[in-house]
Ligand binder design. Structure first.
Ligand SMILES: [Zn+2]
Length: 72
């Protein structure tokens, strides 16, 4: 499936049809823009520890750094 825009639609939308963000500035390898990818990850790790979030932040930073080096 080709994702061309951010799929974030926010927790306040509880029933369809959902209006998604649609931003095309996607985080590498994700279906969310670099603004909303954090919200999604934070929501998914809400039950996790802050240490877990730190690990995810580090992983995301690595992905972003690699992306800036190699644009392919
Ligand atoms: Zn977005």
């Amino acid at each position: 499936m080709m994702i061309t825009g951010c799929q974030y639609f926010g927790a306040e939308q509880t029933r369809g049809p959902y209006k998604v963000c649609g931003c095309t500035n996607l985080w590498p390898g994700k279906s969310y823009c670099d603004e909303h990818v954090w919200r999604v990850y934070q929501k998914n790790t809400a039950k996790g520890t802050s240490r877990k979030n730190k690990a995810i932040e580090r992983e995301m930073a690595d992905i972003k750094r690699l992306e800036s080096i190699d644009h392919e």
